[in-house]
Write a protein that binds this ligand. Sequence first.
Ligand SMILES: Cc1cc2nc3c(=O)[nH]c(=O)nc-3n(C[C@H](O)[C@H](O)[C@H](O)COP(=O)(O)OP(=O)(O)OC[C@H]3O[C@@H](n4cnc5c(N)ncnc54)[C@H](O)[C@@H]3O)c2cc1C
Length: 391
Amino acid sequence: MSSGLFLARRDDLAPYLSDVHFEFRENVHKFLEKHADPDYIRACDEEKRFPAELVRAVAEQGWFAVNLPEEHGGVGGVLDMVAMLEIIGYHSVALARYWNMNVNMVGGALARFASPAIKQAVLPALAEGKTFFAFALSENGSGSDAANLTTTARREGDDFIVNGTKMWITGALQADYILTACRTGRGATPHDGISLLLIPAKTPGIAIVPIDMLGGHAIRTCEVNLVDVRVPATQLVGDEGAGWKRVMTVLAKERVALGAMCVGAAQAAFDLARSYAMERNQFGRPITAFQAVSHKLVDMQTRIDASRLLVYRAARLLADGKPCSAEASQAKCFASDSYMQVAVDGVQIMGANGYCSEFAMQRHFRESKLFQIFGGTNEIQRNIIARDILA
Ligand SMILES: Cc1cc2nc3c(=O)[nH]c(=O)nc-3n(C[C@H](O)[C@H](O)[C@H](O)COP(=O)(O)OP(=O)(O)OC[C@H]3O[C@@H](n4cnc5c(N)ncnc54)[C@H](O)[C@@H]3O)c2cc1C
């Protein structure tokens, strides 16, 4: 049973996970089987509806606290996060993306770099799932070349005045705060003079407009316009002008998390293709009897297994505080390419039903593509890996 294989106390993960982790994974799986059933997930995607009930239910379990510092209500560490995200990705890519952006990215950045006052004000509420965030780095003119950003934050007394437009901001509609990368100065390189401001999303001068995308509909991607937005200087996260290094730290952690979600989501796509193929008869036999189909399934599961090992290798290094920039990029890059390939093959195996809204495979086909683009495109990941192996 493929799903059982996925959840069992797999020997290949024993070097990384303890019995407590495996028990946690099983609890998350059982809970999401109940609260993230396929009809609900499909309806949220089709209706572009935020899965508020699911987010609330998961927060009530205390799972928005995972990997946050204990002194601010957090529990567990990197391996707990990865073990959990793989299972969440299996059930709901939308929930996994939302969790990652809130807790791993913004929560993680605040836990490391924010002032004690900011931490106290927002982290315990995040751990309880009562305060939500977005992370605004990208702009129209600066995507992969993110340091080229032009949103400005000009000092005026005790405040900053922020002007600019941020693009593709995940979850901005639900956010209470937007962690925003702004230019507060200029230096020798574009990386100098970037600062991070935690801006309350309801501040006058902010307009948030959802953008129609190919996938990821349950968590809308938004344009965020900022016109003369007044933000107290106390909302600075980290030192003024030193934001770029902070951003890099956030992105490195994100890559491992994205890899974990891709492994779970790809496993779900595989399980669907496998069970469909075993039941579908053509020419008087199940289509798995055709080697063209069975070999596809073999390659799909092999890619997923290899991705999983790359993800847990990077997670272990990250958890141990060891350098793992290349390993994190390998995990994100290979796992997202694998998820995309599994979805492409999954649609092919299911024929017209793979292309039909009734089945989840078409959603995997759309959602897998975004993992090759965000969190640093896979070309940028390959640049990072090349720098490491060619040094
Ligand atoms: C669904 C979704 C959600 C997102 N959420 C957020 C968010 O919450 N916050 C946020 O700040 N951003 C977000 N993004 C933006 C995302 O981070 C950017 O899309 C990504 O960094 C790529 O930038 P770009 O789209 O401008 O592509 P570009 O940078 O214009 O790249 C175009 C192509 O050129 C290639 N390319 C560019 N430079 C190089 C190079 N040096 N070497 C090789 N190839 C190169 C790229 O790989 C790509 O194939 C999101 C994007 C999507 C799709």
